[in-house]
Design a binder for this molecule. Structure first.
Ligand code: UT7
Length: 368
């Protein structure tokens, strides 16, 4: 059977920064609490829709792989905060890229969506259903955030990244994974207001209430990420001694430290972005992967693991053998439109919009 090597990677981070001090201007919180409990110092707030972030991350990943969008067979876009339910966001990315021959699907397993998508795409490439695929992890959570709830508002941020995978004879790409879902605990992380059951219930679009049992999610995250990693490594016939770099989901620095400790790995072998970006849900692992590559932390042939968890409660871990190339073939010229607002101003705008009973349906997206 063929392998499915990762041949391209690219990210697109919104430039507007929301710091802990910014949050403390409208929430009863502090930089000290957020830093000591989570490790997070700042996060990004997007000034553009998710389709735009995804398009740029995707174009950068394709240029990195040296792959023409017209040659692309499949786009999987992992997210739980889609621009619209219908049509899906992946089709918007297909349109903007001009990837006219690509199938396009959205996939939602919350924070693990990119990784579930990576498994799906890898299986389809390895079995010959498609020759290549683009897998995107993207989240624009800020419009759905309950900015009055300090339990959740301090944790999340927006961002996007993508990888290209291609059929290869070289033993590279995902070589083993373990996926699961602790559905008996799905009530511990629930965003009320995002979905059709609220549509006929006079809930204003974007108005949310988060059910969020932080300590219970914390406990299950540590357990799920650790057990998934050990199971995936066993499937690959490997041990933690073989791991060169851990690129974990980054919801909380203390969760990552607990997982590393249980696996007997030092924090030197873990790539961290949580301080700068917070929890970007599905975008977290791919953004960290791209930055680890940019910083030379991934070497030819390196063995990576990517333990993660999210609402559902889904959990997973992938064992990835990197190929020979760790540098991009090409670069995309695409850039985000300029942002003339600070992160705090963007959040204040969202809060103002939610206060109104506006129609809110007249949005402009690249749909035709
Ligand atoms: O990708 C999946 C997303 N889910 C997660 O990442 C959740 C995982 N869980 C966590 O990361 C942690 O449980 C939290 C960071 C959410 C909370 O940390 P904790 O150490 O478990 O704190 P806690 O929930 O036990 O709360 C401790 C106190 C409470 O006050 P009282 O009841 O002890 O007086 C909270 O009200 O901290 C209070 N608190 C805050 N204080 C200041 C909660 N949020 C804040 C805040 N600022 N932002």
């Amino acid at each position: 059977m063929k392998y499915a090597a990762i041949t391209g990677w690219g990210k697109c981070m919104p430039p507007a920064v929301l710091s802990n001090a910014d949050l403390a201007t409208f929430l009863d919180t502090s930089d000290e609490w957020i830093t000591t409990r989570t490790g997070i110092k700042e996060r990004r707030i997007s000034h553009v829709p998710m389709t735009v972030l995804s398009h740029i991350a995707a174009a950068r990943a394709l240029a990195c792989a040296g792959l023409d969008p017209k040659e692309l067979d499949l786009i999987i876009l992992g997210t739980c905060s889609a621009d619209e339910q219908v049509p899906n966001t992946a089709s918007g990315v297909q349109f903007m890229l001009g990837a006219h021959h690509a199938a396009a699907m959205d996939l939602n397993t919350a924070c693990t969506s990119f990784l579930y998508g990576l498994s799906t795409a890898t299986a389809m490439v390895r079995t010959g259903v498609v020759r290549n695929a683009l897998v995107i992890g993207v989240e624009v959570i800020s419009p759905y955030m309950d900015w009055s709830n300090r339990n959740v508002a301090v944790l999340f941020g927006d961002g996007a990244a993508a990888v290209v995978i291609e059929a290869s004879d070289e033993p590279a790409g995902v070589i083993a994974e373990k996926l699961g879902c602790a559905a008996e605990a799905r009530h511990t992380l629930r965003v009320r207001g995002m979905g059709t059951i609220y549509g006929n219930n006079e809930v204003q679009l974007g108005d949310t209430r988060w059910d969020f049992d932080g300590p219970e999610i914390f406990k299950r995250a540590v357990q799920g990420m650790t057990e998934a990693t050990l199971a995936a490594l066993e499937r690959a016939g490997l041990t933690t001694d073989d791991v060169a770099l851990v690129v974990p989901h980054q919801a909380n620095l203390r969760i990552i430290e607990a997982v590393a400790k249980r696996l007997g790995l030092t924090m030197e072998s873990v790539y961290l972005t949580v301080q700068r970006y917070g929890n970007m849900s599905s975008a977290t692992v791919p953004v960290a992967l791209v930055e680890a590559l940019e910083e030379g932390r991934v070497r030819p042939g390196s063995l990576l693991i990517t333990p993660a968890f999210g609402a559902g409660l889904t959990w997973c871990a992938h064992v990835i053998r990197w190929g020979k190339r760790v540098t991009p073939i090409g670069q995309s010229e695409l850039q985000l439109p300029e942002c003339d607002k600070t992160g705090l101003e963007l959040v204040q705008e969202i809060m103002r919009r939610k206060g109104r009973t506006s129609k809110g349906f007249d949005v402009s997206l690249p749909t035709r």
